[in-house]
Design a protein around this ligand. Sequence first.
Ligand code: G1P
Length: 288
Amino acid sequence: MAKVRKAVLPVAGLGTRMLPATRVLPKEMLPVVDKPIVQYAIEEARAAGIEEVILVTGRGKTLIEDHFDRAVELFETLARRGRTAELEALLGQTPQPGELVYTRQQEPKGLGHAVWCARHLVGREPFAVMLVDDLIDAPAPCLAQMLEVHRRTEGNVVAVMEVPADQTARYGIVAPGADDGRVVEVAGLVEKPRPEVAPSRLAVIGRYVLMPEIMDELARHEVGAGGEIQLTDAMARLIGRQPFHGLRFEGRRFDCGDKLGYLEAIVALAAGRPDVGPAFRALLARYR
Ligand code: G1P
């Protein structure tokens, strides 16, 4: 089985749920404590052994590229001032040349289309897809947990979690097959079903390990739910032809594309940080 070396991160979305903050600023650059949202996903990818991250960007997203560049003036100033620890942290976070590559989704045609835009950069090998809005705080990186399942099952793996019945219309929903309580066979997938027709409450969260054949399905450019080219529809067509599993991952997921989810991520991560955590928890107590 080929090693999963590449991760595709679609970051072309407009972020309308976070207006007015996102009029100019890419939503992926909003900070959670002191790090932009996109950096959490890239650190998760690196920690899971991913060697190349492919960002599918769009107009107005160049700040993301600048963020991961070598900031020569800043680095020199920190060095001159003897702020070595900060400098070393920044250098450690800066990808090596060629580790981060960019391509553009020129039109907002959906998640499936965004992934298809990276087809030549991915080539014919299994790869990961990470939706950076889904920030996952986990004891072991969520993607690493999924790669372990992928190595065992030699097929497609999606991250899943139970959601309240009234929220199925926000997610891709799994029709479950054999289920050991942790890994569940995916027997069907439906994008954003209303609760009355949802096959379960098991929702796909934004982490995927996909076999290369997904690109052939995406190349059909079939339009699905919401008038968009859906990754879920293309995945559904692989079921029965290839192993397909969902992993109830260990960890907490925050939907940073949504105001409340974003605020919760900040509170949860700040409260757990060794540097600001104790003072932040004391401060929070004043707002109850
Ligand atoms: C996308 C996918 C959906 C998935 C969700 C996870 O939806 O289309 O299947 O459940 O991400 O966050 P979006 O949130 O982009 O509408």
